[in-house]
Design a binder for this molecule. Structure first.
Ligand code: GLC
Ligand code: CA
Length: 551
């Protein structure tokens, strides 16, 4: 396996709006990030992935870009960005930009031109179709609810938007679109950024006949088979690689909704023709039900083990995994996969971190995960900000599928705002995030859960992450070692081995609040690598115990 820096790195994701506010307007910003670089350095991560900071009207918190080469006023200026980049580099931290290439904002000048007349030079930058018998060109539903087509009076045609109507999809069939995007990316690379996270990159190539999707009881047809991993997606990414990526020593990760193993081996192939790695989402879907993520169903550990092991084994030596239990689109990992009750929160969060960081791939830490930040006790919709949550609340309650109370239960369990509440720095007002009124409420548990408290306590979750990250930097087995699942049918224990040039590590994680017997839990004659307990019991894993040893 070839050895490269991005395989040996740990990435930290920053959601700028919620990370640190430097000027008291209630919104996190670039100078706020710069002011916390020493904290991130202390944690020990190598790379910062920063969610979009470009000009944007903010329909989807920056994932609707209206100018790729400028900074949103709320976040600061290009000078602030340059300073952040420089200060990060001074500390040996790399910066990865989040790029949305599947769509722009409806306020992007390209779209304003495009929609004006059918003959406009930018018309073909987006996907325009005539209606069928007075309604949409086909029955596809959008990711954020409603139809994927929006009627535009100016030219009496519809445009495609896989997400909200404020996010029209770019037409990648048009060579000028691709050229414009590559030029823009080159500009960022020349500035010295260290890589890109490509938003929904698996969706850029649509089946050009735009056929109706199957309707399985839902309100709209399922267009995703004609959108995800579409016919030309690999041609486009290879072209982008030739034109831009291959010219720089950068890290690239593609968000690949709907990706299969076979597809991932193309996107993230070790031949380097496309991307370094992809985010797959199979383990993020094991707790879905009839209405997708909108449920309170708890996942089953057997599914988690099966899915993650499939990806560990399936990509080994052929492509590269990204490892994550949370991001800005997912609930808080300790609430979802661990146990966020006060008596178990930190222990189970350490266990989850161990389980993930010991796997093969590049680990991603989502801001606040290193503190064990939890889901938010949303009580009513006025506390929510996320466009997806607001759309689905309307769609599912207005169609009589859920009552208000049922939908609020789902939002508390799955809503994206859970991950977007402000970073909890200390016990002062607004958790030290802002001196103004935060754009979204701070989690009421900030007096117990905050960075200051954890930095003052040596056995904290923060220092446990620091230890895991150090271990990875010092032990190639953690990065490159071969993965083998143990106890595949055990319902409470996630256990596996890593092997590397004659070395063997055993990783044991008890996902339950009970003591569980485990024949591998025996440190006699072994070297302890890390654990979230001081004392160990032979043959037993204690509640949420994580134990890693070397043979
Ligand atoms: C990705 C982003 C998400 C955004 C969507 C549309 O999934 O992670 O936050 O809403 O793309 O750009
Ligand atoms: Ca601010």
């Amino acid at each position: 396996m070839s050895k490269v820096w991005w395989k040996e790195s740990v990435v930290y994701q920053i959601y700028p709006r919620s990370f640190m506010d430097s000027n008291g307007d209630g919104i996190g910003d670039l100078n706020g990030i710069t002011s916390k670089l020493d904290y991130l350095k202390e944690l020990g991560v190598d790379v910062l992935w920063i969610s979009p900071v470009y000009k944007s009207p903010g329909a989807d918190n920056g994932y609707d870009i209206s100018d790729y080469q400028d900074i949103l006023d709320e976040f600061g200026t290009m000078e602030d960005f340059d300073r952040l980049l420089e200060q990060a580099h001074q500390r040996g931290l790399k910066i990865v930009m989040d790029l949305v290439l599947n769509h722009t904002s409806n306020e992007h000048p390209w779209f304003i031109e495009s929609r004006s007349t059918v003959n406009n030079p930018y018309r073909n930058y987006y996907i325009w179709r005539k209606g069928q018998k007075g309604s949409e060109p086909n029955n596809w539903g959008a990711m954020f609810g409603g139809s994927a087509w929006e009627y535009d009076t100016a030219t009496d045609m519809y445009y495609l938007h896989c997400f909200s109507k404020e996010q029209p999809d770019l037409n990648w069939e048009e060579a000028r679109v691709r050229k414009s995007l590559y030029d823009m990316m080159t500009w960022w690379c020349e500035k010295g950024v260290d890589g890109f996270r490509f938003d929904v990159i698996s969706m850029i190539s649509k089946v050009q006949t735009f056929p109706d999707g199957k309707k399985d009881g839902g309100l709209y047809g399922n267009g995703w088979p004609y959108i995800m991993n579409g016919p030309k997606v690999h041609d486009y990414i290879q072209e982008m690689n030739r034109e831009v990526l291959s010219k720089y020593d950068i890290m690239t990760v593609g968000e690949a909704a709907g990706v299969t193993l076979t597809e991932a081996k193309k996107y993230a192939n070790t031949n380097g023709k496309e991307l370094n790695m992809v985010f797959q989402f199979e383990h993020m879907c094991i707790d879905e039900e009839k209405y997708g993520k909108w449920t309170t169903k708890r996942y089953n550990l057997l599914d988690l083990k099966r899915v993650l092991s499939k990806w560990q084994t399936g990509l080994e030596g052929k492509a590269w995994n990204s490892l994550f239990f949370g991001n800005h689109d997912q609930p808080r990992s300790v609430s979802r996969f661990g146990d966020d009750r006060p008596e178990y929160r930190e222990r189970s969060a350490k266990m989850l971190a161990t389980c993930m960081h010991m796997m093969q791939g590049t680990p991603y830490v989502y801001q606040g995960e290193e503190l064990g930040m939890t889901n938010f006790p949303f009580e009513d919709l006025t506390q929510c900000r996320d466009i997806e949550t607001l759309h689905y609340y309307a769609e599912l309650t207005e169609n009589g599928i859920y009552s208000n109370d049922q939908m609020m239960d789902c939002i508390r369990a799955r809503g994206r705002d859970n991950a977007r509440t402000p970073m909890q720095w200390d016990t002062t007002m607004n958790a030290g995030f802002s001196t103004g009124t935060p754009w979204i409420a701070v989690n009421p548990n900030y007096k117990e859960i905050n960075a200051k408290e954890q930095l003052e306590r040596t056995d904290s979750l923060f220092y446990y992450y620091q230890q895991l990250i150090r271990l990875r930097h010092m032990n190639k087995i953690m990065v490159y070692g071969h993965y083998k699942l143990l106890l595949p049918n055990h319902k409470d224990i996630f256990a596996y081995k890593r092997n590397y040039y004659g070395k063997e590590w055993t990783i044991l994680c008890n996902f339950s609040e009970q003591e569980v017997t485990c024949k591998y839990a025996n440190l006699t004659g072994k070297k302890l690598i890390i654990s979230n307990y001081e004392e160990h019991k032979k043959g037993i894993l204690q509640p949420y115990e994580a134990l890693v040893y070397q043979e």
